[in-house]
Design a protein around this ligand. Structure first.
Ligand SMILES: [Zn+2]
Length: 430
C-alpha cells in the first residue's frame, strides 16, 4: 500500500479555502484532516509540503481539441495531455471535429485506443450530423457499455474548424430527445453566410464577419427545437462570447429551459481593444468588444456561468501566419494564469475560478471524482506562490504560439497528481 500526505495546504473544500492535509492510500483519498498537521519524521507517509499553496481537486476541461485522428501535426494525445497537466488539468473531454469526424462508433473506438495510452483522465463527445441522429442515442449507450467514456453530443450549428455541420431542425430535436447532454457551437450557418462577403483583412474584421447575432440566431433554433421537450432537453452552450448571447440564455432559463453555459478564459480576458492585430487571436466565436468582456466578467462573478472550458484548439504558427489563418489557439497551459491575473486585478473572484475549473465532474456526472473527500480518486492540483512567466515557445502543446505568450503570474502550477500518482513536481513533468 502506497501512502502519501499532502500537508498543510490551503485546500479548496465546499467552495472555500481551509488549511488542512490530505491522506492518500494508493489511488484514493483516504482522509482529509482540517487544521494544522504535525508531520512526523518517521512517518510511513511520503510527504508533499503544501504550506502556502492552493490545493484543488484536479482541474477538468470539458472542451479540448487533441486533433486525433488525422491532424497529429497540430496536436496529439501525448503533447495534448502533457499540456493539460502543465496547466493543472487532470481530466479532459475531447471534441469530435477530427479527420475523419468522430460521428460513428469506430472513430470513437480508435480515439479511445489512442487516449488510453496517456496518464490523463478523459472522455469524448460524438459529433451530430443530419445523417446519424436516428442512431446517436444507441451509439452513446453502446459505447458506454464497452466502457468507452462518452459524455455528450457535439453539435455545430455553423461551420468552424472541420466539416461537422447540422442544418436540420429535426436533427437537433431528435438529438435533444435522447436527454443526453448536447453541446452547441451556436454560431448559425445562415447568419454566417449573410456576413461572409465582408472581407477578412485583419483580426478586427473577424467580429464583423461572425457577429454575436449569429450566436443568438443559433440559440433561437435550439430553443425552437426544444420548446416541447424542455424537461428532457439537456442544452450546453459552448464558449459564450457576448452580452447579447448571455442575455438570451438568461431569458431562456427563466422560460424553463435547462441550459449549462460555458465561458472561456480568452473571452473573459481579451477584447478588440486589447489584442493588437495579430491573426493569432482569430478564434470562433470571435473576440468581441470590451463592453462584452466587461459584462462577461461581471456575470462570471455573479455566478451566471456553470463551467470554464479552454477550447484548446492548436494549430501551427505557420498556419496562423498564412493568408487564410484557421481559427483557434491552445489554452490549457495558460487558462489558470489568465484567470488568476484577472483575480489579482480584482476583476473576478478566486473562489469562482476554482469552483468552475472543477465543476465539470458534477455536470457530466463523473463518479468518484470532483471533490476532495474520502473515497474519491486522488486527482489533485497544487499551486505554489512562486513567480512564473509563461513562454509559448517552451510550452508542451505543438502549436508553439499563444495569445497569452509572456503572461506573468505570482504563483505557479507546481504539483499535479492523477489517480494517486504524482505526474508533475515542482513545475516539471515526470
Ligand atoms: Zn471548440
Amino acid at each position: 500500500l502506497k501512502k502519501q500526505i499532502i500537508a498543510n495546504g490551503s485546500i479548496f473544500l465546499d467552495g472555500k479555502f481551509q488549511t488542512g492535509s490530505i491522506l492518500i492510500h494508493d489511488d484514493r483519498i483516504y482522509d482529509v484532516i482540517t487544521g494544522e498537521t504535525k508531520i512526523l519524521k518517521s512517518s510511513e507517509y511520503e510527504t508533499t509540503d503544501a504550506s502556502g499553496c492552493f490545493v484543488s481537486y484536479g482541474f477538468m476541461d470539458p472542451h479540448v481539441h487533441f486533433r486525433c485522428p488525422g491532424q497529429e501535426y497540430k496536436e496529439d494525445w501525448q503533447s495534448g495531455s502533457r499540456s493539460a497537466i502543465k496547466g493543472g488539468y487532470t481530466f479532459v473531454i475531447d471534441m469530435p471535429n477530427n479527420v475523419p469526424s468522430a460521428t460513428d462508433m469506430d472513430v470513437i473506438r480508435l480515439k479511445n485506443s489512442i487516449a488510453c495510452k496517456t496518464k490523463i483522465n478523459y472522455g469524448f463527445y460524438i459529433g451530430l450530423t443530419d445523417g446519424n441522429s436516428d442512431d446517436i442515442g444507441l451509439m452513446f449507450s453502446a459505447l458506454n457499455r464497452e466502457n468507452i467514456p462518452v459524455y455528450g453530443i457535439k453539435v455545430f450549428l455553423g461551420s468552424s474548424t472541420g466539416d461537422l455541420l447540422v442544418r436540420k431542425s429535426e436533427t437537433i430535436r431528435k438529438s435533444l430527445e435522447t436527454g443526453i447532454m448536447n453541446l452547441f457551437h451556436c454560431e448559425d450557418e445562415d447568419t454566417l453566410l449573410r456576413y461572409g462577403s465582408i472581407e477578412y483583412k485583419s483580426i478586427k474584421d473577424h467580429d464583423a464577419r461572425r457577429p454575436s447575432e449569429a450566436e443568438v440566431n443559433g440559440i433561437i433554433k435550439i430553443l425552437e427545437a426544444a420548446k416541447d421537450i424542455r424537461s428532457v432537453a439537456n442544452i450546453y452552450i459552448c464558449h459564450v462570447s457576448s452580452k447579447a448571447e448571455l442575455d438570451f440564455i438568461d431569458q431562456a432559463r427563466t422560460d424553463g429551459f435547462m441550459i449549462t453555459s460555458e465561458i472561456t478564459p480568452h473571452h473573459l480576458y481579451f477584447d478588440l481593444e486589447n489584442i493588437g492585430d495579430s491573426n493569432i487571436f482569430k478564434v470562433n466565436p470571435p473576440i468581441r468588444l470590451s463592453s462584452d468582456s466587461d459584462y462577461l466578467r461581471h456575470s462570471f462573478d455573479k455566478g451566471f456561468f456553470d463551467i470554464i472550458g479552454t477550447d484548446h484548439a492548436p494549430h501551427l504558427l505557420s498556419e496562423k501566419n498564412s493568408v487564410s489563418p484557421p481559427s483557434g489557439f491552445p489554452g490549457l497551459e495558460t487558462s489558470f494564469y489568465a484567470l488568476y491575473k484577472m483575480y489579482e486585478e480584482q476583476k473576478i473572484s478566486v473562489e469562482m475560478i476554482f469552483k468552475l475549473l472543477t465543476a465539470g465532474y458534477s455536470i457530466f456526472k463523473i463518479e468518484g471524482r470532483g471533490e476532495i473527500k474520502k473515497g474519491n480518486f486522488a486527482d489533485l492540483t497544487i499551486i505554489k506562490n512562486i513567480p512564473f512567466e509563461f513562454i509559448a515557445s517552451e510550452a508542451e502543446t505543438k502549436s508553439g504560439f499563444s495569445p497569452f505568450d509572456g503572461i506573468k503570474s505570482s504563483c505557479r502550477i507546481d504539483t499535479v497528481m492523477i489517480n494517486g500518482e504524482i505526474v508533475m513536481k515542482e513545475g516539471v513533468l515526470l
